[in-house]
Design a protein around this ligand. Sequence first.
Ligand code: PMP
Length: 402
Amino acid sequence: MDWENVFASRSSRMKASEIRELLKLLDQPDIISFAGGIPDPALFPTEEFQQAFTNTLSGEKQTAALQYSVSEGYVPLRQWIAGQMEKLGIHCSIDNILITSGSQQALDYLGKLLLSPNDTALVTWPTYMGALGAFNAYEPVYDRLMANGNRSAAEYRDTAADNNSRVKFAYVSVDFANPTGETLDRPGRERLLDLAQDLDMPVIEDAAYQSLRYDGEAIPPILALDIERNGHIDKTRTLYCGSFSKTLAPGLRVGWVCAAQPVISKLVLMKQAADLHSSTINQIAIHEVASKGFDKQVAKISVAYSARRDCMLSALEVHMPEGVSWTKPEGGMFVWLTLPQGWDGADLLARSIETQRVAFVPGHAFYADGSNRNTMRLSFSQANEETINEGIRRLGMLLKSV
Ligand code: PMP
């Protein structure tokens, strides 16, 4: 069978990332990895989940837990999420919330809902590589979103027109972004809403790391600011994507979209067609664990991750050569390094693995156009402080030898 001949044209954009393939090879025990942006399993609320699954399978919820359920998601979980949204200044009802299988599924659905081939998606340079992967299947072109407001609506419109295209949405990872660790400040969020209004487009607000703030003042979500402007969530243009992956456990695959009701109705139809609903038992277990101790769990992981972040930032001060700069995140899991012009993160990764046994993600993978090869992403979520110090010391040796 000549499979390439039968695959739909959209599948040509679905490519294994060379970086992911390379990183798969890295689970040898002597490698210090700052590559994977994933939670530390030692911090999972394992006992709480053991208890929740036992309760769910032995109590009155037993039949429901193993049965098909509604596409919108488990009602008590949607109620709990609506309560959390309220605390962030997002007044909404459960009709504004759809449970998804991780926020990754929400990104796929929003791409499917909004993008026709050759439509323009505005993304920051760099952006979350998984968002590019989700949107790519719907064959968009990308243009560079200047989240600081340095480009006018007319410029975006003209660039799209040059490509016979139309701007369809802006996507932003707002708090402690993947990959940079940076947070869009309140004026930046307001300017983005102004731009969205001028271009009459939705804003996809990726809030995957929203709860992981270790210091500094919390900034209202774009959706909260949008509600402030328009008076009611059903009149807003912001599509908020939340996740339990970074706070409770990614393996259960539970996330959500919070948005105007007409969008949720359409996404519900999409979910019915795609997978009917997210795992019932996982939603019940997440609800039980979250409603009993979400804040405590967030406090626990914040203590651990903020110590690791501090450790990584101090080690960078000590070991990095002149000409290397990095972000100082107030939360999340990532620090972003910019190296002198002409240096290449991918080449350095190969050398780093060979000579220093330290792994990271080369930055170009996060650019829609593959540019800015002189960057790299380091994650501090998985290594302990001793390992972080040693890994950054070795990375410093490598960079000093360039
Ligand atoms: N958005 C961002 C910015 C992420 O970093 C991730 C996970 N790496 C996701 C979305 C997807 O997470 P999940 O599907 O587990 O909710």
